[in-house]
Write a new protein. Structure first.
Lengths: 471, 471
């Protein structure tokens, strides 16, 4: 027992230093898989190793891990966890419980229901229900399942009965929709991709045309998925206009707002989600814009019954649901059985941020994104590749004298590689159509204007070197 | 920043006390939903609350939470997290990363691959692959998806094409298999339940009979699911005999070893899993028997290709997978996109337990289960209701003078309610056929023989009171 307490104190001390460390030397070490493998060779020893050696392993882990809370981490749609959320994780782990029943998770049940209600109120639905999921992919899967059940309730007992169900997604939607469509077994050929405009937004006219085509060939259009904050460009599909089409043909409308849901917090950005109250289900990840450590993800629905039906089972679950208070047993509206209390970190964060704290976070990041956008626009050899709507900035390096696309693409791939290997910044690359771009994202408040100035300076230095080498 | 550091120190202190507290007053407060709701009324304040108030909220949370690490917690197939695992969670949160790419999670990728390899070696497959999932339900879903793809590869592109796929599960399997079957859209009517013997084990003869019936009616039997450690009885299906049937008809064999996988650690219990190397896929949850905080769950497969195919997408994922080192990008073999580094807590636990530490944990719990089994068998008015095979003990109170089943069932429901409301023990109730039972489970090492003695004494006291009241 005493050894455990010592281990606790030593590890907490180490992690505390890591959390509050400023200006780290490198946010990522440029070390290859094989070398790293050697460093962590003894992952599964036969006999226990000493606490001292455990500490040494944790030190090594901290050293080689990517410093996702540092300002230079601009790679992902998440980063910069705040302290109350990290402490929330420790609280979750140390009270380790499962969300399936009120019996086992009394307080977390109360808090989960309360936070879900608040999110539904923000969306503007008259009634609704929701659950915490294992991530945006899972939330999108739930959306498709509810849609299927709404359109064809027999599916859950009979299977698909030879029908061809079709789903309508934007060309720029997240790949998890395709994954979900594969899981539920409709087949990728029945995923209809809707064209986007030049900014990456789904075109409602094309959507309607495709739905009509589907109906005319006696297929069953059962779900439209729009995106609020696409992964690459961060653009928002026109929700209101898509809702018009869905209502006209009575098709379930699922919104993937994993990234952009947080825009609801600020009156500056709420307009991007105009019409959100007309959707049927929504996936919204607090672990993205809201600074929660992974995973903290919600699925919300305006028709509680559908969620209950897709989650319900014929099978005996008497060992779990005990008859008393089962109204509050959240396992009945979840695809999971054991489920951790992710809500607790969101709760502690909400207490320490307040609703207005999230608004400020969003507004601050938007301000920085505008700043970076301007740096790119004004730059002689950097080119903005898509209109900025949220905090994703899509750009590339375009040397004046080069016009061959492959060549330009390769230069940008090299640019990113050098950037990453320098270890000061992490920025994602992506493709927009066939064009290779860099895509920094402003997702957390440790980023500052000076961070973005330094990014541009570092890019300029790399470009200078790359240009010299090739001459 | 200083405020953050103070919050960190204060919260860690509080949680430290909670973790190392012995002999808590009550493992669960008997408080109703509405009252608890009032206690946690302000979950989503508009403006930040002070650190002092956050601390007060955490104190309240700790007070009302179920003390799942205390010996009296005998309710679930998990409990008693060890300290290195809890610290692992803190490490995961403070280095917050996503497992999708080697780029973003270099060390965790190396460690995940290493631990998956070790588990495959323990199973005895010649080759294999695996991933950490969001829980046993998700692992079972993956098993069904791989089975479907193996039997009918066109499914992923064409959908089910009007075919009737059938899945074979034991009557006592976990409800997540039914959920998974519903998700993938085969319809609950195509779930064929196989009879069990008197101890709850699937009968291979009945399985073969049902498969033949399915084939004769031109349906497609595509997956058999066996259970290693059923939820209620903790019994193990005869894996070797089921493998014979699966091989004979070339049907995918998925094993739900979420609970019983840990039996592989000890030579005393390994025999329960005889034939495990002949399965095609396995779900095994270290968050159950191995003392990891929820969620730490694995899906393992002997045919890596199937896992890759079900997880792969046509859609552009260029923003994620960057071309270099993509062999090590674990997002390619997962249904999730963002995924937390659950493996890290397993790694730290493995370092501190050693493989032999897990063996000891299993053996210790088995010894205690035998002890409790004997207490029940020798008891004048308690009745063992199923042979004990693992650490689940199924029993009921059977008053000599009462023979009406409904009456006996109600007595046992009352018994459990009183037991829970006393706050010293949590024990699950369940139904075996129509019989109401109590089902304590030995899943963690803070339980001792004296804990079990006290449980029996407390039950005797409750029974005495219940008997007096009814007389």
């Amino acid at each position: 027992m005493k050894e455990d307490e010592e281990l606790f104190d030593d590890v907490v001390k180490l992690i505390r230093e890591h959390i509050f460390e400023q200006n780290v030397e490198k946010i990522r070490h440029n070390i290859e898989y094989d070398k790293l493998k050697k460093e962590f060779e003894f992952a599964t020893p036969s006999t226990p190793i000493s606490n001292d050696l455990i500490i040494k392993n944790i030190e090594k882990y901290l050293n080689y891990s990517v410093k996702t809370n540092q300002p230079g981490f601009l790679q992902s749609l998440w980063g910069g966890s705040h302290i109350s959320a990290i402490l929330g994780e420790l609280l979750i782990a140390s009270t380790n419980t499962s969300m399936y029943t009120f019996d086992t998770a009394p307080v977390a049940t109360v808090i989960e229901k309360s936070i879900i209600s608040k999110m539904i109120e923000m969306i503007g639905w008259e009634e609704g229900e929701g659950t915490f999921t294992s991530g945006g992919s899972n939330g999108n899967l739930l959306g498709l399942m509810c849609a299927r059940n709404y359109t064809f309730p027999e599916y859950s007992t009979k299977g698909n009965m030879g029908k061809q169900f079709q789903i309508f997604i934007s060309k720029e939607s997240h790949y998890s929709i395709e994954t979900a469509a594969k899981i539920i077994g409709i087949g990728t050929e029945n995923i209809i991709e809707i064209n986007c405009d030049k900014d990456g937004k789904m075109q409602p006219q094309h959507l309607e045309k495709q739905i009509l085509e589907s109906l005319n060939s006696s297929k069953i259009p059962f779900c439209v998925v729009a995106t609020a904050g696409t992964t690459v460009r961060g653009c928002f599909d026109p929700i209101d206009e898509i809702a018009d089409v869905c209502e006209k043909y009575d098709i379930w409308f699922h919104l993937d707002a994993a990234w952009g849901g947080a825009a609801l917090f600020s009156k500056e950005t709420r307009g991007l989600l105009q019409g959100i109250n007309r959707t049927n289900s929504i996936c919204w990840d607090p672990h993205k814009f809201m600074g929660l450590p992974l995973i903290c993800s919600t699925f919300l629905i305006n028709n509680p019954e559908q969620l209950e039906v897709v989650s319900s089972c014929v099978k005996n679950r008497s060992y779990l649901f005990h008859g008393e208070d089962t109204n509050f047993d959240l396992g009945k509206i979840s695809l999971a059985c054991g489920r951790r209390a992710d809500v607790i970190k969101l709760w502690l964060s909400w207490l320490s941020m307040g609703t207005e704290g999230w608004a400020k976070r969003v507004e601050y990041c938007i301000e920085l994104a505008k700043y970076l956008e301007n740096l790119i626009i004004q730059h002689p050899f950097l080119e903005l590749m898509s209109s900025r709507e949220f905090t994703n900035i899509c750009f590339r390096w375009k040397p004046e004298e080069i016009n061959d696309l492959t060549e330009i693409n390769n230069l940008n791939i090299n640019l990113r590689q050098k950037l990453i290997s320098n270890g000061n910044f992490m920025v994602s690359s992506a493709q927009l159509n066939d064009i290779q771009i860099l895509r920094p994202v402003i997702a957390h408040p440790t980023i500052e204007k000076t961070t973005l100035d330094s990014l541009i300076i570092e890019i300029e230095n790399i470009i200078e070197k790359l240009t010299k080498t090739s001459n």
